[in-house]
Design a protein around this ligand. Sequence first.
Ligand SMILES: [Zn+2]
Length: 257
Amino acid sequence: MNTCVNCGNKIGIFEKHKCNDGYICQNCYRRIPGFIRYDLKHYDVYIIRNIHGYFFNTMKYRFDSTASYGNLLVDEINGLIGIKSHDEISIFNALDLKDIDIIATDIFADKNNRVKCNIELRCETDNPPMMFKTYIKKNVFCKSKRVDYEHISWEMPSEIAVIKIVINNALQRAEEKFIKSISNDNLSLHDIEIIKAKALFMIDGEYNISSIKEQRDRLLKTFHPDNDHYIDDKYSKKIIHSFNLLKKELGESNEEN
Ligand SMILES: [Zn+2]
């Protein structure tokens, strides 16, 4: 019988879910948002714990949706973004979502020559490190017309441009709030870089060279482009940059590895 690597409880044979370094139980699985579940086997348990923690915290935020599109909810006043999955809403601070993109995918023409597509949201977060894609709306009509016997021309649904503007509003609002909070603390740009690097490395206090080396290797391994994620080496560069910053803070030189 397996034990859940997250909570330590015994797992029944039909209730186990594979993650990268073991199995988790049905209960822990249920607390992971649907858009992460499909990719669970790539996540280490230490990241899963951080994912639980992240959504546990953001769940407490006041969320007043000002706009919605399919499964995507946006709170432009509080700078938050929510994704509905399995009757639950997972809430993000808009600032935590990096490289957010909304695309039309699975485009097809039905027998009446009407073009339809699905709308997909793709984004990543640094802390906890997550990368995901999820359908926010399916079977959306695209403006289209028949060009000739073989071809139909079509346009992206115009709502995509609108929802991007709404997300941008939320992002600006979240940025304003963030700048306000740090200007109260009198932090320098360097301090902010260190805070971000610590967040990426999930450091919550003291650290040493071996702990950040270990974390760097874990992160690089988990988010390696070969690892079936749709990622490029930008993420690796970010990890290495943060590692060098943290190392410099310890007073060690950047040369040795
Ligand atoms: Zn569990």
